[in-house]
Design a binder for this molecule. Structure first.
Ligand code: FE2
Ligand code: FE2
Length: 166
């Protein structure tokens, strides 16, 4: 069954969010690198690639359904932040907005009776639980360690290991 226009439109909105997250995280990786927090830099570089792969998943699905994906214009991301904590808080806000976007897609797919899209979105729903989890944890951790350089580098080292794993 052809992709309904409402679903195509909301998936294109999500495509915009995924590309945007990829670009925003790429910029954050540069910022953390400049702050000499190499673990967080590696983490955000990896997240940037993951967001790009989320965009690919949506494009692939839309193509399979005979839809027309639209590649969004690149919005210039913020390259500097008041603090590392501010950057992580911005990442958390991004993940929450991405989750809300996925839920919008789900609501639309359910409303128009599109079980294939509902099923496709299950992967993203699970993924967003993990994404919000790291964003929340890292924000909280950074809040705790930011005043001690030793603790901050300890935390960054831990993030470096997480970025190197899986
Ligand atoms: Fe994503
Ligand atoms: Fe994400």
């Amino acid at each position: 069954m052809a992709l309904k226009k409402e679903v195509e439109s909301v998936l294109n909105k999500q495509l915009d969010k995924e590309f945007d997250a990829s670009v925003v995280y790429r910029a954050m990786a540069i910022y953390f690198d400049q702050e000499l927090l190499k673990g967080l830099a590696a983490w955000f570089l990896k997240q940037s690639a993951e967001e790009r792969s989320h965009a690919e998943k949506i494009i692939g699905y839309m193509m399979d359904r005979g839809g027309s994906p639209v590649i969004p214009a690149t919005k210039a991301p913020k390259m500097a932040f008041d603090s590392s904590l501010a950057a992580l808080e911005a990442a958390l806000a991004h993940e929450r907005a991405n989750t809300a976007g996925i839920y919008d897609c789900l609501e639309t797919a359910q409303k128009v009776g599109d079980p294939a899209t509902v099923e496709m979105l299950q992967w993203f729903i699970k993924e967003q639980v993990e994404e919000e989890q790291w964003a929340e944890e890292y924000t909280q951790m950074l809040e705790r360690v930011q005043k001690s350089v030793g603790a901050l580098y300890g935390f960054d080292h831990q993030v470096a290991k997480a970025a190197a794993g899986d």
